[in-house]
Design a protein around this ligand. Structure first.
Ligand SMILES: Cc1cc2nc3c(=O)[nH]c(=O)nc-3n(C[C@H](O)[C@H](O)[C@H](O)COP(=O)(O)O)c2cc1C
Length: 176
């Protein structure tokens, strides 16, 4: 399978990218090909809401958006990775997801596999509630098959991240 991974953390060596590395290790050992797009350091801008795309065409913006969408449309699975920012995903990742609008129908028709890797500082009942619900709804709306979510709580830094999440991310890569 071709797996596209969309990373939303500004920390290149942070917690979510550390779990992405474990995911990739598992996925590549299982024979999959992975491609990473770093939404935090790439050339990507917010959706303008201009509707020039008509939800079925190229975006007018001359940044990485159209190329990432082309990669998405040739992938079998997509993995979203993000730190939890105020109970949701980072703006960096959301910016890329909003750009899906240009190819909304084509993406939905693919019924592709999808997964989420999220990390948060806090370790309590509510910390992952908002982001999990949001991605459940996005996956449903885009007809994605939910292949799993690594929701790493108490993972504010690489040093404090519980080791079990490394195993979870690796397993997700193997099983996706
Ligand atoms: C703007 C901002 C908002 C944050 N909001 C939350 C939050 O709502 N809940 C939480 O537990 N941690 C929050 N954090 C902490 C990060 O989620 C946490 O440190 C995470 O591990 C960072 O991931 P990264 O290393 O992949 O960037 C926030 C951090 C920042 C910078």
């Amino acid at each position: 399978m071709n797996i596209l991974i969309l990373c939303g953390s500004p920390h290149r060596e942070g917690t979510s990218n550390t779990l992405v590395k474990e995911f990739i290790r598992g996925a590549e050992e299982a024979g999959h090909k992975t491609t990473v797009y770093d939404c935090a350091h790439g050339n990507i801008h917010p959706c303008l809401g201009c509707d020039c795309c008509g939800m079925n065409g190229d975006c007018v913006q001359k940044d990485d958006g159209n190329e990432v969408l082309n990669k998405l449309l040739t992938a079998d699975a997509v993995v979203f990775s993000t730190p939890v920012y105020y109970f949701g995903m980072s703006a960096q990742l959301k910016m890329m997801i909003d750009r899906f609008y240009a190819r909304n129908g084509a993406i939905t028709r693919k019924r592709m596999k999808a997964a989420l890797i999220a990390t948060a500082w806090n370790d309590d009942e509510v910390v992952m509630k908002g982001i999990k619900t949001h991605f459940d709804i996005i996956f449903d709306y885009l007809s994605f098959q939910n292949r799993g979510m690594v929701l790493a709580k108490g993972a504010g830094t690489v040093g404090m991240m519980p080791k079990r999440y490394y195993a979870e991310a690796y397993q997700l890569g193997q099983s996706i």
